[in-house]
Every structure is written in structure tokens, then in C-alpha cells.
Design a protein around this ligand. Structure first.
Ligand SMILES: Cc1cc2nc3c(=O)[nH]c(=O)nc-3n(C[C@H](O)[C@H](O)[C@H](O)COP(=O)(O)OP(=O)(O)OC[C@H]3O[C@@H](n4cnc5c(N)ncnc54)[C@H](O)[C@@H]3O)c2cc1C
Length: 507
């Protein structure tokens, strides 16, 4: 164990869009340390395809964007937070453009806006179908040029440090880290920001990067933060399926442009499930595909956009075309094998729009946070927006705190946790993911959730000396199962067959 106690003014755990937005918005006189558990590119932000929702058209209004968001959230959004975040969208877009993000533009130089499911207007700014890559590249370059930022790749936070108050009351004073060379050390910080992204990796099929194991959620919970809405895991209906694995996302914009969902025999099926067919909301399409796969014993269904010409596809969907081509699929002439998979965590660490949590000096921003913007179901393209707005707001809040020169960082920490070098069991990780898919997947039941809770309790009791990564996943899965058991209704992304909705009974 390295006993040195280095210090930083602000420790940002996570270098996706939320973390980088905060880092770039902090005053240059603050020393900032920005961590990425893996390589910088290994984050959901860099992988996003569709775009960023913002009211930028004269015919649109914040009130309409708010309304669309509340409808998607199925009545469980926090309307004040929704309004606060969406009002900031034009400023967030201007800030991104100021950092040189090359958004797609019209011939007159204005931003090209596209439309996505659930949005009543054209309000999605994008960079072709590789928006995340464009945003991430521009911001990473900006971070690399700032002398007050220290960027550390392959460095994982394992637990949060707290002063004498301990969980619930003790202020957060940094984190316990595993460095790129495998050594472990504490890094003390005046302010700590969790920007660790989602938790899709607790399922066997996910669009999320390998880093999305819910570390931030587990660390915050152990430090005394409340987690909320964890039961609302959004499943994306169309992930590319190759050899039984999710190989990437096939944007729902394809369905917006007329792509049809079919069984392998060529038969369309969406009209059997919803009169809006392929353009029904994301959760309905995901459940319909899931039901067809179960009924016909399929590992995937087909998404067919071959009615569009090759040149049109090259212009509109270069990313999806390249992704499929890398797996030998020519989307201009062949259907794409797709299946639903875990995509977005609507819930997370309870935080306000400035990212403030219930633990002093600890902030949570981006996908790891729960502000109330998404309610029971995220409206497409609101999440990248939330990252930028919260990152900037958290930075502004920190900048407003007095920089007390007499501020003392403590040196006699208790070891925040045991077992960092414990056993990692890939067998259990696989079993855990399968358990989550079977019992806490797209359609749940009380009996299945109870079974999952029982198995998780057994593992938690049996496995004392385990690696931090596995322990985080066990904690997060347990909290999610309990949240799902408590939600005694089917709403938004949480569907329990013991509480059928009218729409489920009709299908
Ligand atoms: C394929 C895909 C497409 C998407 N498309 C869109 C879209 O078009 N529009 C939209 O609005 N949203 C989209 N989303 C959702 C959106 O991309 C994410 O919600 C958003 O990027 C999350 O950003 P973030 O900064 O919170 O987390 P991420 O971008 O995931 O970054 C998390 C960071 O935390 C780090 N980290 C994690 N754990 C630790 C740890 N223990 N220690 C240190 N570092 C850690 C990771 O290394 C990473 O740097 C998409 C998501 C995916 C997966």
C-alpha cells in the first residue's frame, strides 16, 4: 500500500461527457484530477450515436420539450428538475460548439435537427450518427490542453474516503484508488464528483462499455447516499446480435426512416403489438421483440432497411453501416439481426441539478445521478444533455465555495473497506448477469424478483473476500431488486407481469 497522501482540489471519478464537462468548467486555479477506469474512449459518451436534445428551432419551445419528457417519464419525473435542465439546453449546445464539436449543419450553417421517438418536434442536434465520438474527441482534446487538469487512464476508484463522521454524515474527502500499475493509494480532495456512468454490465447483453458496472452507485450508497428509481433500467430494442452477443447499437433513427422489424421468415410483427408499429415507444418495441423471440425460440429478430439506396444509407447512417459491415452484414441488401439489451439506468444517486448529493462535498452527475429528469423512462437524447448541464452546474457550484486556505485534510483515515485485492470470480459474474436477465429483465414477476433477492443474499453472505468490482455489482443488483419489489405496478421501463397494464392485457 502506498502511504503517500496526495491531494487535489477536485477529484472527478469518470471521464465521460459529464466528467469532462465539469473538468472544463472549473476555474483554472483549481487543481483537478480526472480518472478513467479504462481507456478514455471506453465510455458510453464516446459511443453515443443519435444526438443531443435541445430547443433550437423557432417553432419549438421549452414547454413542449418539458411536456414530451414528462410523458416519456410516465408521471414520475420531477417537473422542476426537468424544466431546470431543459432550459439550459441551448446554452449547453453553444458551449459544446465553442469547444469545436462538429455538429451536422444545414446549407445555411444552422444546426441540422433530427427527430426521435417521443419528441414532438425536430430538436436532436447530431454529428451524423457518431455524435458521441465527435463530442468526446473535442472535449478530450480540450482537457488535454488544460494545465490544471491531471488526466489518469486505467485508474479506478474503489471506495470513497470520508472524514470522521463516517457514512451518512461524514463529508467526502477523496477516494481510494487502484492505479494503472496495480498499486493502491488514497487521493484526498476538497470536492469529489462521481461521474461513473451507468450499470448495463450487470446484464449479459448490453450496449454499455465494460466500465459500466455501477461502481459509482455502490460507492455512494456505502457512503450514505440515497439511491432512487433503480428499477427503471431502459432496454434498447435493437442491439446488433452477433454470435449470441450484443455487438453495438443500431440507432432507432433507422426505424424513424422506415426500417421494419421482421421475423426471420420475413413476416412483420409490430402491428400485432401496437398500432404505432415500429414507431411505438422504445419500451413497447423492446417488449414486443422479447415476446416474439420467446414465442418462436429466437436469439434475434431482423431489422430491415434495405428499401433505402446504398448512397442514402452511406450518407445518413455511416456508423451503423460500418458497424454491420465489420460483422459481414451489408445493410443495403441484408436485414440486421437485432435483440433488446440493457441500455440506460434512469435511476441513480439522488442529486439536485447542481449534482449535490446528501453527503457533503460529494457530487454525482450524468448517468450515475438521479435528478428526476427521466422519471420511469428516459426520453431519447435527453441524457447527453443532462451530462453537460450537470457538469457545468456542479463546476459552478464548486467555484462558488470559499477556497479556505486553513482547510485541513485528514491523514488518519480508517480503511474505507476491506477486500480490494480479494477474489474476482468470473463464474459468479456470469451467473449474476444471467440471474438479472432471467428475473430482473424486460418482463419481471414477483416470484422471479423474490428468487433473485434470495440468490443475491446467499452470494453476499458466502462471498466475503471478493474483488471490489464484483462486490459493487452484487450491491447494485441487490438494491435494484429491492427497488423492483417495492414498485408494485408496471410503469415505464419497469414491467411486472403480476401488475399488468391495460396495454399489456391487450397485446
Ligand atoms: C451505445 C450508446 C448510445 C447512446 N446514444 C445516446 C444518444 O444518442 N443520445 C443521448 O442523449 N444518450 C445516448 N446514450 C446514453 C449516453 O451516452 C449516456 O447516458 C452518457 O454518455 C453517460 O455519460 P457519463 O459521463 O455519465 O458516463 P460515461 O460516458 O459512461 O463515462 C463514465 C466514466 O466513468 C469511468 N468510471 C466508471 N467507474 C469508474 C471507477 N470505479 N473509477 C474510475 N472511473 C470510473 C469510466 O471509465 C468513464 O470514463 C447512449 C448510450 C450508449 C451506450
Amino acid at each position: 500500500m502506498n502511504s503517500k497522501l496526495p491531494m487535489t482540489d477536485v477529484l472527478i471519478i469518470g471521464a465521460g461527457l459529464a466528467g469532462m464537462s465539469a473538468a472544463l468548467s472549473l476555474p483554472p486555479q483549481l487543481r483537478v484530477t480526472l480518472l478513467s477506469k479504462s481507456r478514455f474512449e471506453e465510455c458510453a459518451s464516446a459511443w453515443a450515436q443519435g444526438g443531443i436534445a435541445a430547443v433550437l428551432d423557432a417553432g419549438d419551445s421549452v414547454a413542449k420539450h418539458v411536456q414530451d419528457t414528462l410523458i416519456a417519464g410516465a408521471g414520475l419525473c420531477d417537473e422542476a428538475a426537468v424544466r431546470q435542465i431543459l432550459e439550459q439546453a441551448p446554452a449547453a449546445m453553444a458551449w459544446l460548439q465553442g469547444h469545436g464539436v462538429p455538429f451536422s449543419c444545414n446549407a445555411d450553417g444552422s444546426l441540422h435537427l433530427t427527430r426521435e421517438g417521443g419528441h414532438g418536434q425536430r430538436r436532436i442536434a447530431h454529428a451524423a450518427d457518431r455524435t458521441g465520438h465527435a463530442v468526446h474527441t473535442a472535449l478530450l482534446q480540450a482537457c488535454q490542453s488544460r494545465s490544471n487538469l491531471t488526466l489518469l487512464e486505467n485508474t479506478a476508484a474503489l471506495a470513497l474516503l470520508q472524514d470522521a463522521g463516517g457514512p451518512c454524515t461524514g463529508a467526502c474527502t477523496g477516494a481510494w484508488l487502484r492505479m494503472a500499475d496495480g498499486s493502491e493509494q488514497q487521493l484526498q480532495a476538497r470536492h469529489t464528483i462521481l461521474a461513473t456512468g451507468g450499470m448495463g454490465q450487470i446484464y449479459p447483453y448490453t450496449t454499455n462499455p465494460g466500465t459500466a458496472t455501477g461502481d459509482g452507485l455502490a460507492m455512494a450508497w456505502r457512503a450514505g447516499c440515497r439511491l432512487q428509481d433503480l428499477e427503471f433500467m431502459q432496454f434498447h430494442p435493437t442491439a446488433l446480435q452477433i454470435n449470441g452477443k450484443a455487438a453495438g447499437l443500431v440507432s432507432e433513427a433507422l426505424r424513424g426512416e422506415g426500417a421494419l422489424l421482421k421475423l426471420p421468415n420475413g413476416e412483420r410483427f409490430m402491428l400485432r403489438h401496437d398500432e404505432r408499429a415500429e414507431l411505438a415507444p422504445r419500451d413497447i418495441v423492446a417488449r414486443a421483440i422479447w415476446a416474439e423471440m420467446a414465442e418462436h425460440g429466437l436469439a434475434y429478430v431482423h431489422l430491415d432497411i434495405s428499401h433505402q439506396s446504398r448512397s442514402w444509407l452511406e450518407q445518413h447512417f455511416p456508423g451503423v453501416m460500418a458497424l454491420c459491415a465489420a460483422h459481414g452484414i451489408d445493410i443495403a441488401s441484408q436485414p440486421i439481426p437485432v435483440a433488446p439489451c440493457a441500455h440506460y439506468a434512469c435511476g441513480g444517486i439522488q442529486a439536485d441539478v447542481d449534482g449535490r448529493t446528501e453527503v457533503p462535498q460529494l457530487y454525482a452527475i450524468g448517468e450515475v445521478a438521479r435528478t428526476g429528469l427521466h422519471g420511469a423512462n428516459r426520453l431519447a437524447s435527453n441524457s447527453l444533455l443532462e451530462c453537460v448541464v450537470m457538469g457545468r452546474a456542479a463546476a459552478q457550484h464548486i467555484a462558488g465555495q470559499p477556497l479556505d486556505s486553513s482547510y485541513k485534510l485528514h491523514s488518519n483515515y480508517r480503511n474505507p473497506d476491506n477486500g480490494f485485492s480479494g477474489k474476482s470470480s468470473s463464474n459468479i459474474e456470469q451467473e449474476l448477469r444471467q440471474l438479472m436477465l432471467t428475473h430482473v429483465g424486460i418482463v419481471r414477476s414477483n416470484q422471479g424478483l423474490a428468487r433473485a433477492a434470495e440468490q443475491l443474499a446467499l452470494w453476499r453472505a458466502q462471498l466475503q473476500d471478493i474483488d471490489a468490482a464484483l462486490r459493487n455489482q452484487l450491491d447494485v443488483c441487490t438494491l435494484m431488486v429491492h427497488a423492483a419489489l417495492q414498485r408494485q405496478q408496471s410503469v415505464g421501463a419497469h414491467c411486472n407481469s403480476d401488475y399488468p397494464t391495460r396495454e399489456m392485457l391487450a397485446a
